[in-house]
Design a binder for this molecule. Structure first.
Ligand SMILES: NC(=O)c1ccc[n+]([C@@H]2O[C@H](COP(=O)([O-])OP(=O)(O)OC[C@H]3O[C@@H](n4cnc5c(N)ncnc54)[C@H](OP(=O)(O)O)[C@@H]3O)[C@@H](O)[C@H]2O)c1
Length: 261
């Protein structure tokens, strides 16, 4: 299905959260190369300033630090971007984190923290954005989930649950936002080489560099379509596995991931 609206640099500003490293950083730099004024948010100002300095035209990058777990800060960041640089017409709500499960130790506090950043952080960006975009009758918002949200994977109980929540949230919002002229998009990357995955000690099939991920994400912003999932073979493999009966699903996922008791 075609998007309701596709944002262009001439329409306003792009906003990327979690842009101090990894996928967010690479996407901000790619958007800048494609002519956007890009407002970037994360907690670490020096890292954001380094990204802004690295940005090469025809666009430009402006730094707007903030913590996505704080709704008042996100309201303030969006208000400041719009006052200083113009309306946000494209947003990539990407900030997120991963805490690996300890086998046989369930940590409720870790689940709460992961939800606060990955789901709460997106919700805190959506509130100021969707209100404004719905009033203007146009906007494009992409939420960074993960193929890990398609179904349960080993050692990812909190992370996978947050990403499944983001998939359901974005799907749900699409119905109402379509009526308001606001295009919702879902980004579902497989493994991407970033500081977040650098610490993984398990095999990461089909892993791609962050710059490659950023190009695919920005192509998806331009061409439209609800889901931007890549690499395709990883996304389709996991989608197919999730349609299998559970005994087969658990056996194959344990085998592919090398996860053993
Ligand atoms: N790498 C992968 O293989 C992969 C695959 C699928 C999905 N993803 C998703 O992609 C997104 C980016 O991950 P990444 O791999 O690029 O990781 P990363 O390099 O660790 O980047 C995470 C970004 O999120 C920001 N962030 C974290 N907590 C924040 C907070 N409370 N407030 C504001 N910003 C915050 C970090 O900035 P500060 O620390 O400066 O705040 C950083 O810029 C995440 O949502 C992740 O789940 C990644």
């Amino acid at each position: 299905m075609a998007l309701v609206y596709r944002a262009r640099p001439a329409h306003g500003v792009a906003w990327v959260t979690g842009a101090s490293s990894g996928i967010g950083r690479a996407t901000a730099l790619e958007l800048c190369r494609r002519g956007w004024t890009v407002a970037i948010t994360a907690r670490r100002r020096p890292e954001l300033e380094a990204v802004a300095a690295e940005g090469s035209g025809p666009g430009r990058i402006v730094v707007c630090p903030g913590d996505v777990t704080d709704l008042a800060q996100m309201e303030g960041v969006v208000a400041a971007i719009e006052a200083e640089h113009g309306p946000v017409v494209l947003a990539f709500l990407n900030a997120g984190t991963f805490f690996r499960d300890e086998v046989a130790v369930f940590d409720a506090a870790m689940v709460e923290k992961t939800f606060a950043i990955n789901v709460g952080g997106v919700a805190n960006g959506l509130q100021p954005l969707l209100t404004r975009m719905a009033e203007r009758g146009r906007g494009q918002v992409a939420v960074n989930a993960s193929v890990a949200g398609y179904g349960g994977l080993p050692t990812s109980s909190a992370y996978g649950a947050t990403k499944a929540a983001l998939i359901a949230m974005t799907e749900s919002l699409k119905f109402a936002m379509d009526l308001k002229g606001v295009a919702m998009q879902l980004v579902c990357p497989g493994f991407v080489g970033t500081p977040l995955t650098d610490r993984n000690e398990f095999p990461m099939p089909f892993i791609i560099p962050a710059e490659d991920a950023a190009r695919r994400i920005c192509d998806g912003f331009e061409t439209g379509g609800f889901e931007i999932a890549f690499p395709r073979r990883m996304a389709w493999l996991l989608k197919a596995l999730n349609h299998l009966p559970y005994p087969l699903y658990f056996a194959l996922v344990a085998r592919f991931t090398g996860f053993r008791k």
